[in-house]
Ligand binder design. Structure first.
Ligand code: ZN
Length: 701
């Protein structure tokens, strides 16, 4: 609906830029900049709209020409939604229209109407809920009320009643005092309100201040706050009504606004994400499933007069907004709580820059918990820096180090290039013609590993043995298996932004020596980049007889109107390795925990399969031994796994080895999950209750 603006004319973008700069001088924060201003033809009016580039909140400014060609500059400041822009255009919310319609006599209205315009108001839909797998509400909508004013109307009516000598500031003060006493909301300052009620901008042509036509007085109040104001706005306009009330009736309105709330606060914040004031999903599931959740806007079209009032018996159409569908996550809020507690304690104890945890059901790919720390509260996201909004299990890209060894071992066994009986030799340092590999025993000053099978290589986490085994295959063979595990591509979880990581394709290398070196380092998890989710999915495949399940965060879509739930099927991505290979690797990973570097991941009563990882980070092109990523990935019960857990800590200030830092965190979380299924005896009262509630949720599912 773009059209030539009759008043501005000429180069519309240039004119808009002028309007925008006017806005910026008076209203906008200096950091925001404007882009692609547009003209919207709206009934008889052309409206210039420009948008700031702030990624979270969109701010709009607009300049409008009125019917007489007389300039009116309208400023929509604060954080206004596109929906509110339309509401603003008609100067009123729907509720106020109805008050007007009731209050106006038909003949009187017709007399005043100079021309007839068709006006449209977009009605914002309510957003669908987000549930946990146990049907606990993690995100929902609340109806709130926002109060706005037209300072221009207020000032002109006030001057008619009180006389021209009363200053704008004085009118602002008197009306602000009256509105404050009606709203009784603590967060509203009378002084701030008075300032808003006399807000001006400079006229574009002569630089004189003119009153704006729209300001927010208060956003998202409870219904109890607006009852009194609503009563007064609904009163008949009569002479015996106090003058302050008559002024308020002329230029104040209430608009319903839908407000998103997250009842569990910080729980799974990065996975849920949040919505901005436009109710558009930003980050997390709110972003990934926005199309399903957001619903469809409705609209009201009606004929209005020159003063923007609806005509009695005029054309009126009403299309109700459609509430969005709700989604049911795979997240188990109890496991999520347990995982967050473990990681919160790790943040205090080891003081890493950040930490991630993932819990997956390997059989269907359901993500049971997804932890990203440091976190934020989606109810108050504006208080937090933007980097906290990222869901680190999906966006933290790192070199996996030793946790990658089982994947390479699986590739080698699956292609038949080695067997369980093949032997490699570790002497602490292995030199070839073009490169050399060191084993961690040199760094720790312990005895060299000597002759090792592939199982020993995993158990000891020996880089040299892994490199020697890996060089028995072609690069392409290893590459093919890793791709099937999901390495080097986006996994399509649907919980917001996701990183693909990096795995070099075979055709990238020209020199044979380069590919050999690359292959050797890949064997112990260097020169490859993954996210914690990549590793969790690959380990889940090993736990699931070699079959890769697509990780998923949503298991059902619910229509709130009918209560009907559409359950989504788990997605099978095929086998990365044969069930036999997977079972061999599982046995090896059990011995890592039973006898090797992963001893601290042991759990009471069940066998655990897993692998530690300590990856040195690259700083300025060199490996910096003081900066490490420590991790542990594993699953249990080892012979029929139900849970895969991944723990990743970035640059812990204390603790340098995955076996010392991440393995105990795995055990702490694993134990809590087990206690919920199989309470230890004798039972304490609290454990018993937790276990019961867990079962009741499972059975209700
Ligand atoms: Zn070694």
């Amino acid at each position: 609906m773009l059209a030539e603006c009759p008043y501005l004319g000429g180069n519309e973008n240039l004119q808009l830029a002028e309007a925008a700069s006017l806005f910026q001088r008076n209203e906008s924060p200096p950091t925001s900049s404007l882009y692609s201003p547009t003209l919207i033809k709206f009934g008889e009016k052309s409206v210039a709209v420009a948008q700031t580039t702030c990624p979270v909140e969109r701010e709009f400014i607009q300049a409008e020409t009125d019917i007489d060609g007389k300039e009116v500059i309208l400023v929509l400041s604060n954080r206004c939604s596109l929906t509110m822009l339309f509401v603003f255009l008609v100067h009123l919310g729907l509720a106020s229209w109805l008050f007007y319609m009731q209050g106006l006599q038909g003949a009187q209205a017709k007399e005043k109407a100079e021309s007839v315009w068709l006006r449209r108001i977009d009605l914002a839909p309510a957003r669908g809920n987000i549930y946990s797998r146990n049907l606990q509400i993690l995100a929902t909508c609340q109806l709130t009320y926002s109060v706005w004013a037209d300072p221009n109307a207020i000032q002109s009516v006030a001057k008619k009643i009180w006389g021209q000598q009363v200053s704008n500031d004085e009118i602002g003060k008197r009306i602000a005092h009256e509105i404050c006493s009606m709203l009784k909301a603590e967060q509203i300052s009378e002084r701030d309100l008075a300032r808003r009620l006399s807000r001006t901008v400079r006229n574009r042509s002569n630089g004189k201040p003119i009153l704006v036509r729209f300001v927010w007085l208060a956003r998202q109040l409870d219904e109890s706050n607006v009852i009194e104001l609503r009563r007064i706005l609904g009163m008949k306009r009569a002479k015996d009504v106090p003058p302050e009330w008559r002024i308020i009736q002329a230029g104040v309105g209430i608009s319903p606004e839908v407000h998103r709330i997250y009842p569990y606060g910080r729980l799974a914040a990065a996975t849920l994400g949040f919505v901005n004031l436009d109710n558009i999903g930003y980050y997390g599931v709110e972003r990934g499933w926005d199309e399903i959740l957001k619903g469809k806007a409705g609209s009201v079209e009606l004929e209005v007069d020159a003063l923007g009032r609806p005509l009695p018996n005029g054309y009126l159409s009403y299309l109700p907004p459609q509430t969005g569908s709700s989604i049911i996550l795979t997240i188990d809020e109890q496991i999520q709580k347990a995982a967050e507690k473990v990681i919160d304690e790790a943040m205090k104890k080891f003081q890493p820059k950040s930490a991630s945890a993932v819990v997956i059901d390997p059989v269907n790919g359901d993500i049971l918990a997804l932890v990203s720390k440091p976190d934020f509260d989606p109810n108050e996201y504006r208080r937090f820096p933007q980097e906290r909004f990222l869901n680190r299990p999906l966006t933290f890209v790192y070199e996996p180090g030793s946790t990658f060894k089982p994947l390479v071992a699986a590739a080698l066994l699956d292609h038949g290039v080695i067997t369980e009986h093949s032997i490699a030799h570790c002497n602490g340092t292995w030199k070839t013609e073009t490169f050399s590999v060191r084993c961690w025993v040199v760094q720790k000053g312990t005895a060299v590993h000597g002759a090792e099978s592939i199982s020993d290589a995993l158990k000891h986490s020996c880089n040299i043995a892994m490199a020697q085994f890996a060089l028995k295959a072609s690069y392409r063979q290893i590459y093919e298996t890793l791709v099937k595990f999901g390495i080097g591509r986006k996994l399509g979880v649907g919980a917001g932004f996701e990183e693909a990581g990096w795995l070099d394709p075979p055709n990238r290398f020209l020199a044979k020596s380069a590919i050999r070196h690359h292959q050797a380092t890949l064997a112990f998890g260097q020169s490859v980049a993954v996210t914690p989710m990549h590793m969790a999915v690959a380990y889940a495949a090993l736990a699931n007889h070699g079959k890769v399940m697509k990780p998923r965060i949503v298991k059902g879509i619910k229509d709130e109107k009918t209560g009907k739930i559409q359950w989504l099927k788990p997605q099978d991505l095929g086998f990365a390795v044969s069930p036999l290979t997977a079972s061999k690797i599982c046995d090896m990973l059990i011995s890592v925990v039973e006898e090797g570097t992963g001893k601290r991941a042991k759990l009471e009563g069940v066998k655990v399969a897993g692998k530690t990882g300590t990856a040195t980070k690259v700083v300025n092109g060199r490996y910096d031994p003081t900066k490490v990523v420590v991790s542990f990935f594993g699953f249990f019960p080892a012979h029929s796994p139900k849970w895969v857990i991944g723990i990743v800590l970035d640059e812990p200030a204390y603790g340098k080895w995955g076996g010392e830092v991440a393995a105990p965190l795995f055990a702490a979380l694993g134990q809590q999950i087990l206690w919920r299924v199989q309470p230890p005896r004798p039972l304490s009262l609290t454990q018993d209750l937790t276990a019961l509630s867990f079962f009741s949720h499972v059975s209700s599912n």
